[in-house]
Design a protein around this ligand. Structure first.
Ligand SMILES: Cc1ncc(COP(=O)(O)O)c(C=O)c1O
Length: 395
C-alpha cells in the first residue's frame, strides 16, 4: 500500500492490478469475486470487450475537445441518454464528471428556476434524513446525515431535512420558501432503503401542485441497477430533474443532470460548465453502457439475477441476518454483528487455492451487494456460498 495518498479512506488490504468479468486479481495473485462493481461503477464487469474496444477506438480517434465545441461521440451519447430517460420525462442533459457535480448542477437549476419565476428567498432544498448526495460543501449540506455536517462548515445554506415516508412532514416542509425536493428513490449508502411508494407519489403530486422541482438522485440506483433503467420508473413518477453518475460510463468518470419539460431550458449560456464534462472518451464508454443496458432483455436479466440473490439469502434463515431487502442487483443485508470485519474475513479467505469475495457495507451493521450486471448465475452462487461461509464462521 502506498503512503502517498491522503488518508481519506478506510481501505481493505488488496492492491489490485487486473480485472476480468466479475473477477479481480491483486498484486499477490489472489483472486476475488467482485460483488461491489467499484460501488456500482463497473456495471458491465471488468474488461468488458465491447467497452474496451470502444474506449480504445475512441482514444485513438479523439479523447477530448473543450466545450467550445461538440464531438460526434458526445452528441450520440447525449441523444441516447435522453432517450433512455425519456420514460421519466427527460428532454436534455448536462454532462459532468461525478455524482456530486451532477447534484450541484441540479441544485443550481432548481434555484435558478425558482428565483427567475418567483424572485429571491424561495431557494430552500428539502432532502431526506439518511440520504447521501456527495462530498462537496453543497452536496454535504444536501446530505441528510448529521455526521457529515461537522468539520467543514460553513456549509451552503438553504437545506432542510425530513424523514422519508413522513407525508405529514412533507406537506409542511414544502412551503413557499422551497424550490426543490431532492431524494434518492433507494438510499444506497444508508443501507439500500427504498422510499415507500405512497411517499414518492405524494411528493411528486405536491411538487407539481406547488411548482417545486422534484430532483431524483439516481446516482447509485440508476443505469439499470434496480432492473429498470431508472429506479423511479417503477414508482410511476416523472421527476423534474434526474442525476446520474457511477455506472453511466462503465468505469470512466462521468456525471449527468437530466432535465424535463420545466427544467431542460433553465441553464443558459454562461450559467454552468465543466472542463471535462462531455469528454469524448467518457461518452464512448457511456454509449456502450446505454446500448447494452437499456434493453428489455438485459434489464430483465438484472431483475432475475437480483431475485436469485434474494431468494438464496432468505432460504438460509441465517441467525446473523436480521433483515434483507433489495431490487435488481442492489441488495442490503442487515446483520447482528459489525459489517466491516465480515468484509475483511471474505477477503482473508483468498489464498493460492481459494478465492475471496468483495462485498460492501452500508452502515455499521449492513452488508451491501452491488455485483456487475454481467455476472453469471454460477458466479452468483459461488459468491453467495463464500458469503454464507463468512457469516457462518463464529456463528
Ligand atoms: C446516491 C448518491 N449520490 C451522490 C453520490 C456522490 O457521487 P460521487 O462520489 O461520484 O461524487 C453517491 C456516491 O456514493 C451516491 O451514492
Amino acid at each position: 500500500m502506498s503512503d502517498f495518498f491522503m488518508n481519506t479512506y478506510h481501505r481493505l488490504s488488496p492492491v489490485f492490478s487486473e480485472g476480468k468479468g466479475s473477477w479481480l486479481t491483486d498484486i499477490q495473485g489472489r483472486k476475488f469475486l467482485d460483488f461491489t462493481s467499484g460501488i456500482a461503477v463497473n456495471c458491465l464487469g471488468h474488461g468488458y470487450a465491447p467497452l474496451v474496444e470502444a474506449l480504445s477506438r475512441q482514444a485513438s480517434r479523439l479523447i477530448h475537445t473543450s466545450n467550445y465545441f461538440q464531438s460526434d461521440i458526445a452528441c450520440a451519447f447525449a441523444e441516447r441518454l435522453v432517450k433512455a430517460c425519456s420514460v421519466a420525462g427527460m428532454k436534455k442533459v448536462f454532462l459532468a464528471n461525478s455524482g456530486a457535480e451532477a447534484n450541484e448542477g441540479a441544485c443550481k437549476i432548481a434555484r435558478k428556476y425558482s428565483s427567475e419565476k418567483y424572485g429571491a428567498g424561495r431557494h430552500k432544498i428539502i432532502t431526506l434524513k439518511g440520504s447521501f448526495h456527495g462530498r462537496t460543501i453543497t452536496t454535504l449540506a444536501a446530505t441528510g446525515q448529521d455526521k457529515f455536517h461537522k468539520k467543514f462548515g460553513p456549509f451552503t445554506e438553504g437545506f432542510a431535512y425530513i424523514s422519508g415516508g413522513d407525508i405529514q412532514a412533507l406537506e409542511t416542509a414544502l412551503d413557499n420558501s422551497v424550490c426543490g425536493l431532492l431524494m434518492e428513490i433507494i438510499q444506497g449508502e444508508s443501507g439500500i432503503l427504498p422510499q415507500n411508494e405512497e411517499f414518492v407519489k405524494t411528493a411528486a403530486r405536491l411538487c407539481a401542485e406547488r411548482d417545486i422541482l422534484l430532483i431524483v438522485d439516481e446516482i447509485q440506483s440508476g443505469v439499470g441497477r434496480t432492473g429498470t433503467f431508472l429506479a423511479c420508473e417503477d414508482y410511476g413518477v416523472k421527476p423534474d430533474l434526474v442525476t446520474l453518475a457511477k455506472g453511466l460510463a462503465g468505469g470512466i468518470p462521468i456525471g449527468a443532470v437530466l432535465g424535463g419539460e420545466k427544467t431542460a431550458g433553465v441553464f443558459e449560456q454562461g450559467d454552468h460548465g465543466s472542463t471535462f464534462g462531455g469528454n469524448a472518451l467518457a461518452a464512448a464508454g457511456g454509449l456502450v453502457v446505454l446500448e447494452t443496458v437499456d434493453q428489455k432483455d438485459f434489464l430483465r436479466g438484472i431483475q432475475n439475477k437480483g431475485g436469485r440473490i434474494l431468494s438464496a439469502i432468505s432460504s438460509w434463515n441465517h441467525p446473523k441476518i436480521t433483515a434483507l431487502r433489495g431490487k435488481g442487483l442492489m441488495t442490503g443485508i442487515d446483520i447482528s454483528v459489525e459489517a466491516w470485519p465480515l468484509l475483511e474475513a471474505a477477503i482473508a479467505r483468498a489464498d493460492g487455492t481459494r478465492s475471496g469475495l468483495l462485498i460492501l457495507s452500508a452502515g455499521p451493521k449492513t452488508l451491501r451487494l452491488l455485483p456487475p450486471y454481467t455476472i453469471s448465475t454460477g458466479e452468483i452462487d459461488e459468491g453467495l456460498a463464500i458469503l454464507k461461509e463468512t457469516l457462518d464462521a463464529d456463528a
